[in-house]
Design a protein around this ligand. Structure first.
Ligand code: SAM
Length: 277
């Protein structure tokens, strides 16, 4: 690479980083976050998938897979005659999936789907981060077989913005202040913080039928503390650079989280599903 090409790629990379996915998978905190997300949300996700139907031989596409817990569970359910495709813009963590899971680097907002005729397509906490989320949703709906289900799960932080519902003291107020800063960073990168509530309408507009949705969120759980500590460490530099928190506030908050007495919640996770007619 010439030095000018290298320089322009460097600039493009920094520009993409400034606009792109805030919680990039390249950092060690991403693995901790995936484990915590799995503890918090896998039971609800698996309940939804079981209700829609999962059986040997089914073909599934897990979009924005992140870690491996969902795809490993799907692979176990569909068995050797089924197919599980795990896609992500960064497959570093999904690469450790069970044998038989097809792991592909793929941008759901830009690339063609990795096949069609899927019985189940699932994306959790992905579309909210995708700039061209309308295109992504249309691509997923179009990759279903007739009768196949699309299950989309996305947070709706605007519906419930607090990380400490019971803001009874300065430690809880600080936690909520840092949460506001985190939401600001997400919004600056184009995340739609009220996306979860739109999912049922968007599924219908994509031509799907039998659309329904529900919501779930933990009020407090040990994995909420793990998720919060990893998230704050992940975005610490950006919070500081944007003037949304000071070093002292971040250190105090991390110590409070570590002490395990904040009763941290998450945003509501809205699960919405629809079937291709
Ligand atoms: C918050 S994580 C959620 C991971 C996993 N779905 C879960 O619920 O544990 C978001 C994931 O979406 C991926 N992602 C972000 N933008 C994407 C895009 N345009 N196409 C595919 N994956 C994307 C990220 O790399 C990351 O792995």
């Amino acid at each position: 690479m010439t030095s000018s090409a290298s320089q322009s790629r460097g600039l493009a990379g920094r520009d993409a980083e400034a606009r792109g996915y805030l919680l990039d998978n390249a950092r060690a905190e991403a693995g901790v976050r995936f484990d915590a997300l799995g503890s918090l949300f896998d039971p609800s996700t698996f309940r939804h998938i079981e209700r829609l139907g999962i059986a040997p031989g089914r073909r599934c596409w897990e979009v924005g897979a992140g870690g491996t817990t969902v795809v490993d569970w799907l692979a176990d359910r569909v068995g050797p005659d089924g197919r599980v495709v795990a896609t992500d813009i960064d497959t570093s963590w999904a690469a450790g999936a069970a044998s038989g899971v097809e792991v592909l680097r793929h941008d759901v907002g830009a690339d063609e789907p990795p096949g069609d005729g899927f019985d189940l397509i699932h994306a959790r906490l992905v579309l909210v981060h995708v700039t061209d989320r309308d295109r992504a949703l249309a691509a997923m709906a179009g990759a279903l077989r007739p009768g196949g289900w699309l299950l989309l799960e996305d947070a709706d932080p605007a519906a419930q913005p607090l990380i400490c519902l019971d803001e009874y003291g300065p430690e809880q107020a600080l936690a909520n202040k840092l949460r506001t800063g985190f939401r600001t960073l997400l919004a600056e990168r184009g995340a739609d913080l009220a996306y979860g509530r739109r999912l049922p309408r968007l599924l219908r507009e994509a031509g799907l039928v039998d659309v329904a949705a529900d919501a779930y969120f933990p009020i407090t759980a040990p994995a909420c503390d793990v998720l919060e500590a990893a998230t704050v460490r992940h975005v610490r530099g950006r919070l500081l650079a944007a003037g949304l928190a000071t070093e002292d506030e971040i250190e105090r908050h991390l110590a409070n989280v570590e002490a395990g007495r904040l009763d941290l919640a998450t945003s509501p996770m809205i699960s919405a599903w629809g079937r291709r007619p």
